[in-house]
Design a protein around this ligand. Sequence first.
Ligand code: ACO
Length: 420
Amino acid sequence: MPEETLTIRDNRTGTEVEIPISDGTIHATDLRQLGLMSYDPAFLNTASTRSGITYIDGDAGILRYRGYPIEQLAEHASFLETAWLLFEGELPTREQLEAWEEEVRHHTYVHTNVTQFLDGFRHDAHPMGMLLGAVAALSTFYPDAKEIGDVESRRLQRVRLIAKFPTIAAWVFRHSRGLPYVFPRNDLDYIGNFVNMTFEIGGQHEPNPVLQRALEILLVLHADHEQNASTNAVRGVGSTQVDPFSAVSAGIAALYGPLHGGANEAVLRMLDEIGSVERVPEFIESVKAGHGRLMGFGHRVYKSYDPRAKLIKRVADDVFAQTGLNPKLEIALELERIALEDDYFVSRKLYPNVDFYSGLIYQAMGYPTDYFTVLFALGRLPGWLAQWEEMLSDPEQKIARPRQVYTGADERDFVPLANR
Ligand code: ACO
């Protein structure tokens, strides 16, 4: 028995058991000695894995990828460098980074049949619906992706996903606008290529390096966030040993929800609904009275200011210096000012999260509201893939299959239709 243990006494029977504590946790399966399960809907206090990828201290507002503070990565790292760090655990050397960029560049093309089924979507199809359908469909183009026990095959699918995702995301954007698809260009970097595929018109697009770097920082800030809802979906679905395209599309579906990645879109709709700074106090009162939530506020893990939201506010200054002020910023700043002084929000430790300001920036960059979550998905992709890889290499993991507390009817006899 290790030094750190927990003694549990079952007061129903007087039975006592001593169970080990490791890393501040007990194993729920140790409770079986007492015939007990642990009950934790929504995983409020359950670690589903050991992970060496991302560290969050929600009370202190700390976020690190592989030990590196998010502030330093946002300042110095490119998105592909961050993705490498998440996958490999170390920052790449110059040679490794160049080879990685080159490899990604050579996988950006997507089978042209993909354009045909994108064409099948209605003109007003939600971009996230199109994205999740198209990414799931990629599994049919790469049947070798089923070889999830083969390390080299897993690496190749990772490259394919990282490389093709911007192409599909850009085509989803073009489809929404009724614009012809623009194909990847090998002379552009990852961000430049994505921006060009979205915004090029008539063979022309004048890149704005400040906006491109701002977009890159936003993607870096979104790249991983340990066991968030969409990552949990990727791990859960991936634990069935399905191919990574299908597992990632489950992550996209989870991200689509308004309580997760859909929140940045919901923030913009909320700011539109409020309409003016004068109406902010009235809106805050309605939230406190239980009529809806202040979108972009609150977080399951952060009980202080989300460190990403702090960095995003700085990015917003750079972007608005280029594009002119987004008039909704004033409303957002006033919401934040009042909420941070109001006891309802203070006592519940509700602070702005990453989504509160990101939508304003995306809008200023020219992306429509219903496209914001696609940008979030593009950013989160390396995290999903790093966590998928970690899950598959973890000998403690099995198919994710929770237990339940049954609360339904006892056994009863079938009643024929005529007697009901
Ligand atoms: N506005 C108003 N009240 C809120 C908000 C909010 N945004 N968030 C939480 N609360 C209140 C709840 O009503 C609850 O109050 P109560 O104790 O009086 O019942 C209390 O704060 C705790 O809230 P929970 O829902 O229990 O917290 P949980 O950890 O389950 O939810 C979540 C976290 C989903 C992020 C929540 O804060 C929320 O819905 N926020 C708005 C949506 C949003 O911005 N999501 C983006 C999250 S970040 C991301 O995905 C990148």
